[in-house]
Design a protein around this ligand. Structure first.
Ligand SMILES: C[S@@+](CC[C@H](N)C(=O)[O-])C[C@H]1O[C@@H](n2cnc3c(N)ncnc32)[C@H](O)[C@@H]1O
Length: 211
């Protein structure tokens, strides 16, 4: 686990303060936890989260989706990480049956080959170094594991939304479809599926077969 002295030494990402400030009101902002759970439930055929899977939730924020994830894969099968301590404090106070870790995924592998699924929900655009993050997330996957990047809106809407927000996230973008194969390949991953429509962004990748 990183502590925040280490983060400061590594070059503090201004998004940490940004998300810390948002944490206080995160749970009262839309989408609600109930709406997020309903949207995830609607995509169960794609997600295929079943009991017993070890799941790593990236950018868990205040744990709005962590309760739903723990119900799907089982208590204590979810490890939820974020780099904004205030978000994590609020998540921890909820008593969710999951482990919470303070990790900057651009700097650190959140667990070596531990997970069947690495789930990036509403967070991938915010990784300041997406190649480094993908390499760290790939290292957390078991050999047959899956990486999922998901939003409940398509790329155009997500990128327009961030471009319209002031502060350190205004340049945070989802890559274009033709950028993903190379981005994934540099992390030893390959694309399995990409869906980009108005109400859903869903990317699944797996570790590339080695020769
Ligand atoms: C838009 S919020 C989404 C939070 C949560 N997934 C939700 O939907 O409510 C993005 C989250 O990603 C986290 N985050 C951004 N960059 C990160 C990084 N490099 N490492 C870990 N967490 C990060 C932020 O702190 C923030 O909590």
């Amino acid at each position: 686990m990183l502590d925040f002295e280490e983060l400061a030494a590594a070059g503090r990402d201004p998004r940490i303060d940004y998300f810390n400030r948002l944490a206080e009101n995160w749970d009262s902002e839309e989408p609600s936890a109930a709406l997020m759970a309903a949207k995830l439930e609607a995509q169960q055929d794609l997600l295929r989260f079943s009991s017993g899977l070890r799941l790593l939730e990236i950018g868990c924020g205040t744990g709005k989706t962590t309760t739903w994830l723990a119900a799907k894969v089982g208590a204590h099968n979810v490890t939820a990480v974020d780099f904004a301590p205030r978000m994590l404090e609020i998540a921890l106070a909820k008593g969710i049956a999951a482990e919470f870790r303070c990790v900057d995924v651009c700097l650190q592998v959140p667990g070596q080959q531990e997970f069947d699924v690495v789930f990036c929900y509403h967070c991938f655009p915010h990784f300041r170094d997406q190649s480094a993050a993908l390499a760290n997330l790939a290292a957390a996957l078991k050999p047959a594991g899956r990486l999922i990047v998901m939003h409940t809106a398509g790329r155009r809407r997500i990128n327009e939304f961030h471009a319209g927000v002031s502060g350190p996230v205004s340049g945070d973008l989802l890559p274009a479809a033709d950028e993903w194969p190379e981005l994934l390949a540099t992390a030893g991953l390959e694309l399995v599926e990409l869906i980009d429509r108005d109400d859903l962004y869903f990317l699944e990748a797996r570790l590339a077969a080695s020769d």
